[in-house]
Design a protein around this ligand. Structure first.
Ligand code: PLP
Length: 399
């Protein structure tokens, strides 16, 4: 069947109409972007507080030094298989491990966050021989089978829920429920130290510490999913560093390669050694192009002290949002530049009003508005975004 212009909604490109998506496309045809600003083919300028990048624009869109690193590497070597050594991959791993806790000594490089979680779950299964996962209510870990098993929302699990590995979900911060759920059958305890997709919620430090102790006592593997909260976004390289907790494995992704696909699973040497020969691999994972971009990202993060900047700007954002006089706001959660407003209403009208003001944000769960701005966002643009939030919140909540 040929798609005709008449059969195509006005804002949908004919080719885009063929894209098999399970969520509606935005009325934006992207053309180019710099840092937190994106322009569409209609000449409109958008401020991207995460709505266009889903947090991938950690250093903003098209950071010039990342672009230069990609261009340089593309002219030399784009791809070699994981079986072939690469100095570019080695450099990337050196930089990553310089930023990670020393206990995490080995890293598998994949192409996405969900693949990083698959690797961590595979390590947990190999190390324990057990079958079950313990994960948090409202968790999001990705959309492949293992990662989806740890993802809580039924719409995300459909229609394949019956084929997923078995998971026991516990409310975050409920130490007693965790104690009951983690048993001799638990291979992995899977936690986002700051939940994102389900609504921005930092785990309590005591909960992260209790999970660490419990996993150790009961022989389960503690996996931290820092796909959204990692890389300095919450004010430290890993969000869990603030609690002084080191997991057995941590997964990173999103902006790690400046927008090129990447995901990493870093584990203790002891855990990594449990992986049987031939049990894991990836054609593209760790390719020189993504690794060159990743090295540039890690250099910029460290050199420009962007985690510290995220912490500083986050305090300003928290102060501004907490003084909003809006009855529809139930709670404000700010962890560096991972920002959430929990509302008494659905977030869509608020997101729509923000978009009318040219500002793109995200939903978080059923009642949350979420902001994941670049760590490099100019302060006036961050203020512009917060003005848009303030103006978009209805003054009255319908009874
Ligand atoms: N884990 C978390 C916490 C995420 O936020 C996401 C994506 O948003 C994922 C895993 C999955 O990552 P990806 O979409 O790169 O597969």
């Amino acid at each position: 069947m040929t798609a005709s212009a008449a059969a195509t909604p006005p804002a949908t490109l004919v080719g885009e109409a063929r894209f098999l998506r399970s969520f509606p496309a935005k009325d934006i045809v992207a053309e180019r972007a710099t840092n937190a600003e994106l322009w569409d083919t209609a000449g409109r300028r958008w401020l991207d507080l995460g709505g266009a990048s889903h947090g991938v624009a950690l250093l903003g869109h098209n950071h010039p030094e990342v672009v230069a690193a990609i261009q340089q590497q593309a002219g030399r070597l784009i791809h070699v298989a994981q079986s072939v050594q690469s100095p570019v991959r080695a450099d990337f791993l050196d930089r990553l491990h310089a930023a990670l806790p020393a206990q995490l000594e080995r890293t598998f490089i994949a192409n996405s966050g969900t693949e990083g979680i698959e690797c961590a779950l595979k390590l947990a299964a190999a190390a324990t021989g057990r079958t079950r996962i313990v994960a948090m209510q409202r968790a999001f870990h990705g959309r492949t089978l293992g990662a989806l098993a740890g993802t809580h929302r039924p719409e995300f699990r459909a229609p394949i829920a019956q084929m997923l590995p078995k998971t026991d979900f516990v409310p975050m911060d409920d130490i007693e429920a965790l104690q009951t759920a983690v048993t001799k059958d638990t291979a992995a305890v899977l936690i986002e130290p700051v939940q994102g997709e389900g609504g921005v919620r930092p785990a309590a430090r005591e909960f992260l510490r209790a999970a660490r102790d419990l996993a150790t006592d009961r022989g389960a593997i503690l996996i931290h999913d820092e796909v959204q909260s990692g890389l300095g976004r919450t004010g430290t390289f890993l969000a869990a560093q603030a609690a002084g907790v080191v997991p057995d494995a941590v997964v990173l992704a999103k902006g790690l390669a400046g927008g090129l696909p990447i995901g990493t699973c870093s584990a203790t040497a002891e855990l990594a050694a449990k992986l049987p020969p031939a049990a894991h691999g990836s054609t593209y994972g760790g390719n020189p192009l993504a690794c060159a971009a990743g090295s540039a990202v890690l250099d910029i993060l460290a050199r420009d002290r962007l985690a510290e900047r995220a912490a500083r700007l986050g305090s300003q954002v928290a102060a501004r949002l907490r003084e909003l006089d809006a009855p529809c706001v139930r709670d404000v959660q700010v962890s560096g530049l991972m920002v959430g407003l929990d509302l008494r209403i659905r977030p869509q009208p608020v997101l729509q009003a923000m978009a009318s003001a040219g500002v793109l944000a995200l939903a978080g769960g059923m009642t949350g508005v979420r902001l994941l701005p670049p760590l490099t966002i100019p302060e006036p643009q961050l203020q512009e975004g917060l003005d848009a939030v303030a103006n978009a919140l209805p003054r009255v909540v319908a009874a």
